[in-house]
Every structure is written in structure tokens, then in C-alpha cells.
Design a binder for this molecule. Structure first.
Ligand SMILES: CC(C)(COP(=O)(O)OP(=O)(O)OC[C@H]1O[C@@H](n2cnc3c(N)ncnc32)[C@H](O)[C@@H]1OP(=O)(O)O)[C@@H](O)C(=O)NCCC(=O)NCCS
Length: 181
């Protein structure tokens, strides 16, 4: 299976926040933002896999600032890590006051998807091709994991998540390559 560049899965969705999106404070309800995150990230995962994908996990989501009714939310997503059947998608949300043009980066998160075959079973996805900050091409990120024993560390989901997080932090690839920072 040919490796794919994160660029190939890049997905952008925008939605104007309307009164029906408000919480009791009059700001945008968190669930509206989470739904947008899941939609945009799912499309990125499906683009990468070329197969149907389901959400299997959402990493910690921080709501940094309130989003106001009348603002335009734009969500940017791309696959930045591929396992055997799973993919981690970085999502960045930008909130824009369309009257003034002021933009704020209000949310970032990582969502993991699993590709499914026709019988609904996890199925293999293409590996990811990344360009590290140093400018080197890395054909398979699992070979670049900065841990002593990658195989044992990625045997379970939590181990994989720790490895991905540590890899993101140490290589700072999420800033330059993923949709999130
Ligand atoms: C996705 C699903 C088919 C995976 O089934 P499973 O029996 O856990 O499959 P596996 O154990 O073979 O795991 C498949 C992959 O998912 C990853 N995975 C499973 N659970 C995970 C979790 N909680 N966090 C991160 N990755 C996870 C595994 O690490 C594995 O990755 P890899 O193939 O890249 O190594 C099953 O959990 C499911 O149907 N979940 C419901 C999905 C859904 O309906 N989502 C909509 C929102 S509710």
C-alpha cells in the first residue's frame, strides 16, 4: 500500500454560528463544536483510508475561549499519524468575526478513526509520509518513534496514545504538519 502525505487528507469545513447553536449563556454550545470536529476529521480519515471510517477515540478537548453567535467557524483537519487500521487526525478550529475579519484559534484536538471493510471489521490503511522539521522524509513514522522499545509500547491503545503524544511533543510535527497545534 502506497504511503500518503498528510496534505492528501486535508479537509476544511466552515459554518456560520446561528442562534440555534447557542448555549444558555448566549455563546456557542460546546457540542456544536465537537460535532464539527468529528465531521471534518471523519472526512480527512476517509480521504486518507479510501474506506469508511468510524470514530474510536477523541483526545482531550480544551475550549480556550467562548465562541459567539454570528462568528464563522472554520475547521481544518488532516491525518498526521497512521497505524495499521487506525489514523490520528489533528483538528484546528478558527473562529472569525466576519465583520472585522478578526480571527481566533479557539480549539485544537486529536481524533482517532478506524477504517472498516465491507463486513465492518478494522482494515489496513495507507502509511503516512511526513516531512520532519529537519527536512528529512520519514516514510513510516513507526520507525521514527523516539522510544526504546516501540513494539511493546504500542501493544495497547493507551500505549499508542502515549507514543503519539510524546512523538508529537518531541518532534513538534503537529505544529508544522497537522491540522492542530
Ligand atoms: C472501531 C472498532 C471497530 C474497533 O474494534 P476493535 O475490536 O477495538 O479493533 P482492534 O482492537 O483491532 O483495534 C483496531 C484499531 O483501533 C485502535 N483502537 C481501538 N480502540 C482505540 C482507542 N480507544 N483509542 C485509540 N485507538 C484505538 C487499535 O489500536 C487498532 O489500531 P491499529 O490497527 O492501527 O493498530 C470498534 O471499537 C467499534 O465499532 N467502535 C464503535 C465505533 C463507532 O460507532 N463510533 C461512532 C461514535 S460512537
Amino acid at each position: 500500500m502506497h504511503a500518503k502525505h498528510p496534505r492528501e487528507s486535508e479537509t476544511v469545513m466552515a459554518e456560520l454560528m446561528m442562534p440555534q447553536h447557542a448555549n444558555i449563556m448566549g455563546n456557542v454550545f460546546g457540542g456544536v463544536i465537537l460535532a464539527l470536529v468529528d465531521r471534518v476529521a471523519a472526512v480527512a480519515a476517509i480521504r486518507h483510508a479510501g474506506k469508511p471510517c468510524v470514530t474510536v477515540s477523541v483526545d482531550k478537548v480544551d475550549f480556550r475561549e467562548p465562541i459567539h453567535v454570528g462568528e464563522l467557524l472554520t475547521a481544518y483537519a488532516r491525518v498526521n499519524f497512521a497505524g495499521r487500521t487506525s489514523m490520528e487526525v489533528g483538528v484546528k478550529i478558527i473562529s472569525e468575526n466576519v465583520l472585522t475579519g478578526e480571527k481566533r484559534h479557539t480549539n485544537s484536538c486529536y481524533v482517532t478513526y478506524v477504517a472498516l471493510d465491507a463486513k465492518g471489521r478494522p482494515t489496513a490503511v495507507p502509511p503516512i509520509v511526513l516531512i520532519a522539521d529537519c527536512g528529512l522524509w520519514i516514510a513510516d513514522v513507526t520507525t521514527a518513534l523516539p522510544i526504546r522499545n516501540p513494539k511493546s509500547a504500542i501493544r495497547n491503545h493507551e500505549g499508542r496514545r502515549r507514543v503519539r503524544r510524546r512523538w508529537r511533543e518531541e518532534h513538534r510535527l503537529c505544529r508544522s504538519l497537522a491540522g492542530a497545534d
